[in-house]
Write a protein that binds this ligand. Structure first.
Ligand SMILES: NC(=O)c1ccc[n+]([C@@H]2O[C@H](COP(=O)([O-])OP(=O)(O)OC[C@H]3O[C@@H](n4cnc5c(N)ncnc54)[C@H](O)[C@@H]3O)[C@@H](O)[C@H]2O)c1
Length: 447
């Protein structure tokens, strides 16, 4: 990118970024924020991490990670060397030359965007905004948030965007637990409020990630993230619907997908499951449908995909009832162990996990429910469900033999599927996790 920045504040920040003396502040030290700290620290920047949760800050300050794929010894080393300083003191936001915001963007109870975290953080940044600061929103949101929600809050300071301070949007594409793509290896899309903001944000990220893709506006960058997640949601819904059809006509959907994905172009494999989970796919498309409603446009794909995906737990429970029925048992009174509480394989994140919905429906039907998840030893209290206090069961032959069925909600690698099938009387497998099991296949029911 050419050197076009004009005002003094921009030129000074550009220089600090170029010689890596810029202090990079990351707000929100969660699944997205911490990997980002890591990427900038590894690139040679000093970083400061802000979080409103004092227990997280205290844990980091003691060199302890609370995210499985971010090692504690790395945090301890950075804290000791002073390349990463965690703090809960938002009055120190003016110390950072770049403020990268990674706070939650959930849905409200009425499934509308809840931007309270973004608004509060922006207000905290505005409190001490000074000339020469670059503010970048990384949280997933609908197109227009940076300009329509953040800019007015920052502009109330009297400082001028593009001259005194700089504002950009760059969506986080973190894939927790994916060993092939850590934050620094994922190309980053960046949109700026105006040319100076874009140039400074691109300069900064170029140091830390493998590739930066500048786009012409914050809105394009915001829409880019939403299109990626909507694409996943719609394709997963399609394959979930086809799974139900194929089940009915006796075709194994997994075999079909494995065959289809041999096509070297024009097809990308998506896999069915017991429902959608995680912080992104079940939530983000609804940010877009909310904007669409404001513009009087229906988003039928999004709504339909949401409907199909949220209906999957009910389908899985119906399949479990059929399977138990074949064994002469009702669901009421049966002992069912749900395997995997995290929303996807080999992670410890239970946000929006369909396992909770499955457990809820099992309990409502009168089943006795336990769970096993090596990554989630004890259940946290959730906003929608309260299973707090439940503990993960060890899958011993005796325990498995005492059950009426196991339900594989999440296909963690740590599970020993041969042992599970050998000792459990019935295995419901909506993930095709037992595909390589050789003995006792008559006990496996796909769903
Ligand atoms: N987790 C993912 O895989 C993923 C992937 C891509 C994008 N995203 C998006 O990134 C954003 C953050 O997600 P996450 O998974 O890291 O969430 P998280 O809950 O793991 O982390 C968010 C952190 O922000 C802190 N926080 C909340 N309000 C704050 C405030 N006002 N000031 C400072 N800190 C505050 C919380 O205490 C928490 O530690 C969301 O918009 C999400 O949609 C997440």
């Amino acid at each position: 990118m050419s050197t076009t920045v004009q005002p003094h504040a921009a030129a000074a920040l550009k220089q600090k970024i170029a010689d890596k003396t810029a202090l990079v502040g990351i707000v929100g030290l969660g699944y997205v924020g911490l990997p980002l700290v890591r990427a900038f620290e590894a690139a040679g920047f000093r970083t400061i991490g802000y979080d409103v949760d004092p227990s997280k800050v205290a844990s980091l300050a003691m060199g302890r990670s609370f995210i499985k794929h971010i090692p504690s010894d790395w945090i301890a080393r950075c804290v000791e060397q002073g390349t990463f300083e965690p703090t809960a003191d938002m009055n120190r936001l003016d110390e950072a030359d770049a403020v990268l915001i990674c706070v939650p963007t959930p849905l409200s109870d009425s499934r509308d965007p809840d931007l309270t975290y973004v608004e509060k953080t922006t207000a905290a940044v505005a409190e001490s905004l000074r000339p020469g600061q670059l503010v970048v929103l990384e949280s997933t949101t609908y197109p227009g948030t940076t300009r329509d929600v953040m800019l007015p809050i920052l502009a109330r300071t009297g400082l001028k965007p593009g001259e005194d301070f700089f504002l950009a949007y760059s969506p986080e594409r973190e894939d927790p637990g994916n060993p092939d793509f850590s934050a620094d290896r994922i190309p980053k899309v960046v949109g700026g409020l105006e040319p100076n903001s874009l140039e400074l944000a691109v300069d900064l990220y170029r140091h830390a990630v493998v590739e930066v893709i500048p786009v012409t506006s914050c809105e394009v960058a915001e829409a880019c993230k939403i299109i990626e997640n909507t694409y996943r949601s719609v394709n997963i819904a399609m394959v979930n619907e086809l799974k139900m059809l194929f089940d009915r006509i006796g075709i194994d959907v997994w075999e079909v997908i494995n065959a289809a994905k041999t096509k070297p172009f024009g097809y990308q494999a998506f896999y069915p499951g017991p429902g959608l989970g995680g912080h992104c796919i079940p939530i983000d498309p609804f940010y877009l449908s909310w904007v669409a409603r404001k513009h009087g446009m229906p988003t039928r794909f999004i709504e339909l995909a949401g409907e199909i995906n949220t209906g999957m737990p009910r389908y899985v429970i119906a399949r479990l009832m059929e399977a138990l029925n074949e064994h002469g048992k009702p669901l009421r009174g049966s002992e069912i162990c749900v395997l995997g509480l995290a929303y996807k394989r080999d992670v410890d994140d239970t946000r929006e996990s369909p396992s909770f919905e499955l457990m809820e429906q099992l309990l409502a039907a009168g089943a006795a429910v336990t769970y096993s998840d090596p990554h989630v030893p004890k259940l946290p209290k959730k906003r929608d469900y309260d299973f707090s206090g439940m503990e993960s069961q060890e899958l011993t032959p005796e325990f498995l033999g005492s059950l009426d069925a196991v339900l594989i909600a999440t296909d963690h690698e740590a599970f020993d599927y041969e042992t599970i099938v050998r000792h459990a009387p019935l295995v419901l497998d909506p993930r095709n996790a037992t595909r390589d099991v050789t003995e006792g296949r008559e006990k496996i029911y796909k769903a």
